[in-house]
Design a protein around this ligand. Structure first.
Ligand code: CA
Length: 245
């Protein structure tokens, strides 16, 4: 059912639509935009694809065989490498409730059928532009140094200092530490960390998170057995200590 064009293109799109002529039309026009398109007409397969790899855009029909679009959308947002991927929902009916349901489920935009293909391409472009702008704003060169007593993290230089002593971290170690420290006090589940730090690497498990946390603690914590920076939240995940801890 899904078809993938292997070429070096700026991004990947997942097109989920059970009406073949609409699906192929959308795929054709998005590939003209430079996107590599994967297609499916089935909700369950859509979710499997979305959990398996990162896409830059997802076009998702509401009414599908298998899981419906809203269920797929919620599941993608909850737990997949596409938690932040722009999702454009397609709906056959124009009732307000459908639109609201689509947006509440985590879709970024919606189009009511029948739609013009130019309209869809314009919406897709707008979503991709917005995602690029967000990514650029979050890029390390724009990020500020995070400093707490005894520890500073400089994302532009990818440098970590413990009590003014430079500490070498691997790329993964740095990214995990920076993610936690940039949202102090917020609890990240292991699944969330896998999705954000390892992205679409399928060969990692939740154990990989624990192992990496252990390595980071050895490098930055004065007493790795009683960490004061990266705290374990039992049954939930990890967080970077905030002022209340
Ligand atoms: Ca449909």
């Amino acid at each position: 059912m899904d078809r993938e064009r292997t070429q070096t293109t700026p991004g990947r799109a997942l097109i989920v639509e059970d009406e073949p002529h609409i699906r192929e039309l959308v795929a054709l026009h998005l590939s003209l935009e430079g996107l590599t398109c994967t297609q499916t007409g089935d909700g369950d397969e859509a979710l499997r694809l979305a959990k398996d790899g990162h896409f830059d855009l997802i076009v998702l029909d509401l009414m599908l065989p298998g899981l419906d679009g809203v269920t797929v959308c919620r599941a993608i947002r909850r737990d997949s490498p596409n938690a932040e991927t722009p999702i454009l929902m397609l709906t056959a009916r124009s009732e307000e409730s459908d639109k609201v349901l689509g947006l509440e489920s985590g879709a970024d935009d919606y189009l009511t059928k029948p739609f013009g293909i130019r309209e869809l391409v314009a919406r897709a472009r707008a979503l991709l532009r917005r995602a690029n702008a967000i990514r650029a704003a979050q890029a390390p060169e724009h990020a500020e140094v995070i400093a707490v007593p005894g520890l500073s993290i400089d994302p532009a230089r990818r440098q970590v200092r413990v009590d003014d002593r430079a500490v070498d971290l691997t790329t993964l170690e740095f990214e995990l530490l920076y993610l936690l420290a940039s949202r102090r006090g917020l609890v990240f589940s292991r699944e969330m960390l896998l999705g954000r730090v390892w992205k679409d690497d399928r060969h990692v498990t939740e154990r990989s998170v624990d192992t990496l946390i252990k390595r980071i603690r050895k490098k930055i914590e004065p007493d790795p057995e009683n960490p004061k920076f990266i705290l374990t939240v039992w049954g939930a995940g990890y967080k970077f200590a905030d002022a209340d801890d």
